[in-house]
Design a protein around this ligand. Structure first.
Ligand code: DGL
Length: 215
């Protein structure tokens, strides 16, 4: 079975690695759109225009399902994509519900792109699962580019992590797959002050369910 993974850039590669370590026999086609990165500063219309042709090509290449390893696309245009792409699309989005269940301080931090934070889906997630919770949304707007270009500003990551912990967040949600590459750094700065969560594991479980249905 051939599956696809798509992201604007190297965020998707961390998801490919996680899928391959859990499902070593699966063939994964990874595609990105790094020349148009960052997706996090684009409108839903632009995102659709850029991503749809690439996803259609992936279906042509034989992908039986595609993981949209991009919170920005998933929160903004997943339903539009599902209408035009003929294989099951597996979305990745900020883990607001699990974070709301985990927090004891009733304060969480969500690190994500501006387009994710501005999406209707993200607003819906907060309204449905985090009504009585304070959600801190620190400015990570330059992070996907910084990580894609391997120009990581370790001071910025440390300062931002310390800031949200000092404000009382005890759960930090990584709502952009690019940030998976700096997860260990955020975990080590947060220490025992905050849990850091991201959706690779539940997405792989969802992928397994889809593969069972396709078999
Ligand atoms: N990795 C993507 C995400 O999960 C988007 C990064 C970007 O291109 O801005 O949102």
């Amino acid at each position: 079975m051939v599956i696809g993974v798509f992201d604007s850039g190297i965020g998707g590669l961390s998801v490919v690695n996680a899928i391959k370590s859990e499902l070593p026999d699966i063939e994964v086609i990874f595609r990105n759109d790094s020349k148009n990165l960052p997706y996090g500063s684009k409108t839903p219309e632009q995102l659709l225009t850029l991503s749809a042709p690439i996803l259609k090509d992936m279906v042509e290449e034989g992908c039986k399902t595609i993981v949209i390893a991009c919170n920005t696309l998933s929160t903004n245009i997943i339903e539009d994509l599902r209408k035009i792409i003929d294989v099951p699309l597996i979305a990745m989005e900020p883990m607001i519900k699990p974070a709301a269940e985990l927090t004891k301080s009733k304060i969480i931090a969500v690190c994500a792109t501006p387009a994710t934070l501005g999406s209707k889906r993200y607003e819906w997630l907060k309204n449905n699962y985090a009504k009585n919770i304070r959600v801190i949304e620190p400015d990570c707007s330059n992070w996907s580019l910084m990580i894609e270009n391997n120009e990581i500003d370790h001071d910025e990551i440390r300062n931002l992590t310390n800031l949200v912990c000092e404000e009382g967040a005890d759960v930090i949600v990584l709502g952009c797959t690019h940030y998976h590459w700096i997860e260990d750094e955020i975990v080590s700065v947060a220490g025992d002050r905050a849990r850091v969560i991201q959706p690779e594991k539940p997405v792989i479980e969802q992928l397994k369910r889809v593969l069972e249905q396709l078999a």
